[in-house]
Design a protein around this ligand. Structure first.
Ligand SMILES: Cc1ncc(COP(=O)(O)O)c(C=O)c1O
Length: 304
C-alpha cells in the first residue's frame, strides 16, 4: 500500500507528491523544515509523536527569519501530523518531515512575490547514528555558518550543505561525525545535533547564541537533567575543553542521545561510554516512548 504525503492541503500518495524542477526551494535551498520522531510503544500498541507543538513553534520562528508566512496555526499543524501518521498506519518508529518552502518557479533569488507551500512526508526510522558503541568524533575543519550568514537558529534547508560537508569529511577521515566551531573558534554543535559535555559531574552545553540550532532534544535533556538534580551550565566552550571532558554526547531528534568516547583521537574519561550519558540516554528513550508519566505531556498519541 502506498504511503501518504500531506501536500498543498491534501493527503496524496507519495508517488504523486512531486515538485517542479524550477521550484525556488530546489534552486536556492529556500526551505525551512522540522524533523519529528514518533516512537512505537509496543506495550500500549501506540505511536507517540514527541514534542510536536514545540517543533511547529520553531518552524514558525524559522519562517519569521526567512520571510515566509506560515500556512497553518500550531494546532492545525499538529492535527495534520497526527492525521498523516494515522493514515500511514505505522507500528514502528517513524520520522515526520514538515517542510515549508518557497514555491515560485523562476530563476532569481528574492523571497518577494514568491508563494509559500507546505508539505509533510513520513518515513520509518530507527537509529540515525549509532547510539550504543560510543562515537569517535573529530573537530571539523569546516566552520558552522554564522548568525549573520545563514542563521543556524532557523532550520533552513540550504544551510544543510554546511552540515553535509562536516559529516561527509568526518566519515571520509575515519570518524563517526564531527563537532563544528564558529568562525571565532567557539564550540557550536555536531553536524546536525547539539552537544553536551560532562565535566566534574555537571552537564555543560553551548550557549543558544553560539551559532547552534536550539534543539528540542537539548531542551529536553536540560529539563531531565535538572529534574535529576544534575547541574547544567550553558556557556562558551573552548575547543580544548572538549579534550578534558569526562564524558560527552550528541543529542537531537535524529541523533537521540549518542554518547561520544573520543574527540580528535583523545579518549574521554576511561574511553568507555560514561555513566551520566547512559543514565540520560535510558531515561530519554523511556520518555519518548511515553513510559514516564511525569513527561507524558510531551508525547502526542496518534491512535485513539
Ligand atoms: C544543525 C542541528 N542542530 C541541532 C539539532 C537538534 O535539534 P532537535 O533536538 O530539535 O532535533 C538538529 C536537528 O535535529 C540540527 O539539524
Amino acid at each position: 500500500m502506498s504511503e501518504f504525503v500531506y501536500m498543498n492541503g491534501e493527503y496524496i500518495e507519495k508517488e504523486k507528491a512531486t515538485i517542479p524542477v524550477m521550484t525556488h526551494a530546489f534552486l536556492y535551498g529556500t526551505s525551512i523544515f522540522e524533523g519529528i520522531r514518533a516512537y512505537y510503544n509496543e506495550e500500549e500498541n501506540q505511536l507517540y509523536a514527541f514534542r510536536v507543538p514545540e517543533h511547529f513553534e520553531r518552524l514558525v520562528k524559522s519562517a519569521r527569519i526567512m520571510h515566509m508566512v506560515p500556512t497553518n496555526t500550531i494546532d492545525e499543524y499538529c492535527e495534520i501530523t497526527k492525521t498523516l501518521l494515522r493514515k500511514n498506519n505505522y507500528r514502528q518508529n517513524t520520522y515526520a518531515r514538515p517542510t515549508h518552502y518557497k514555491a515560485a518557479q523562476r530563476v532569481g533569488t528574492s523571497f518577494l512575490k514568491n508563494p509559500d507551500a507546505f508539505l509533510i512526508f513520513t518515513v520509518p526510522m530507527e537509529d540515525y547514528i549509532d547510539t550504543q558503541k560510543g562515537l569517535k568524533i573529530c573537530v571539523s575543519s569546516w566552520r558552522r555558518t554564522s548568525d549573520n550568514a545563514i542563521p543556524p537558529r532557523a532550520k533552513v534547508g540550504g544551510a544543510y550543505a554546511n552540515c553535509a560537508l562536516v559529516s561527509t569529511d568526518a566519515r571520509l577521515a575515519g570518524f563517526d561525525d564531527a563537532i563544528t566551531l564558529s568562525e571565532d573558534g567557539r564550540v557550536t554543535e555536531g553536524s546536525a545535533m547539539n552537544l553536551f559535555l560532562v565535566m566534574d559531574g555537571k552537564l555543560v552545553t553551548t550557549l543558544a547564541t553560539d551559532n547552534i540550532l536550539q534543539g528540542i532534544t537539548r531542551d529536553t535533556i536540560i529539563k531531565l537533567a535538572r529534574d535529576l538534580d544534575l547541574e547544567v551550565e550553558t556557556r562558551v566552550i573552548d575547543r580544548t575543553e572538549l579534550y578534558l571532558a569526562d564524558e560527552a554526547f550528541f543529542c537531537g531528534t535524529g541523533a537521540q542521545v549518542s554518547p561520544i568516547t573520543s574527540i580528535d583521537s583523545r579518549p574521554l574519561g576511561d574511553g568507555n561510554v560514561g555513566p551520566i550519558s547512559t543514565k540520560l540516554q535510558n531515561l530519554y528513550l523511556d520518555v519518548v516512548k511515553g513510559r514516564v508519566p511525569q513527561y507524558k505531556k510531551w508525547c502526542m498519541p496518534i491512535y485513539d
